[in-house]
Design a protein around this ligand. Structure first.
Ligand SMILES: [Ca+2]
Ligand SMILES: [Ca+2]
Length: 187
């Protein structure tokens, strides 16, 4: 998978503005290192409809946890996959990194640099991993912060594509298509 087109530097979508900050954490954007977002059941043709996304940005690493309607080890049809776009630099338009992964057991995944909407160079080998939790319908992506150039703040976009029926792929974004979360600062 690769980004289909250059990512625009869009404002946070209305759906994301309504998202809730994790209870018990400071609600103010400045200094907050953790944020969660709900996404509606708006891609019900796919079991991997995106329902929640949680971001945790610490001095050590970035963690993104994506929750789905029903994450299963195997698909009876075509495969589904996920792209997490990671924006780390405001002075470069759009995403600076992208994580692509399948959503079935034993899948491969790749973390790539992105410039002007396109992957560049070989997959990164710095410490990062994707774990699929089928019991909890969750995907967890972790990357050490040095993988991403030690960014002071990050924002992400999340896109799911389900090719269960390849003639009718199902797409689901967190929020509006090509939208971003707010910036999440490292503590
Ligand atoms: Ca959804
Ligand atoms: Ca950028």
């Amino acid at each position: 998978m690769r980004p289909a087109r250059p990512l625009r530097r869009s404002a946070v979508a209305a759906g994301l503005l309504a998202a809730a900050v994790v209870p018990g954490l400071p609600a103010a954007p400045a200094g907050a290192a953790e944020a969660t977002y709900d996404d509606p059941a708006d891609a019900t043709a796919s079991l991997t409809d995106i329902r929640t996304v949680a971001i945790k940005h610490t001095p050590a690493k970035l963690r993104v946890v994506v929750g789905f309607t029903d994450l299963r080890r195997r698909s009876e049809g075509g495969a589904a996959g996920l792209t997490i776009f990671i924006d780390t630099r405001k002075d470069r338009r759009g995403a600076d990194f992208g994580l692509t992964t399948g959503l079935q057991d034993g899948t491969d995944y790749q973390l790539l640099r992105i410039r002007r909407g396109h992957p560049v160079g070989a997959p990164l080998t710095c410490p990062h991993r994707v774990r699929l939790g089928f019991a909890g319908d969750r995907l967890a992506f972790d990357a050490v912060r040095s993988c991403l150039g030690e960014p002071g703040r990050v924002r992400i976009g999340v896109k799911m594509r389900d090719d269960f029926d390849p003639s009718h792929p199902v797409l689901d974004w967190l929020g509006e298509p090509r939208s971003w979360t707010r910036w999440v600062r490292s503590s």
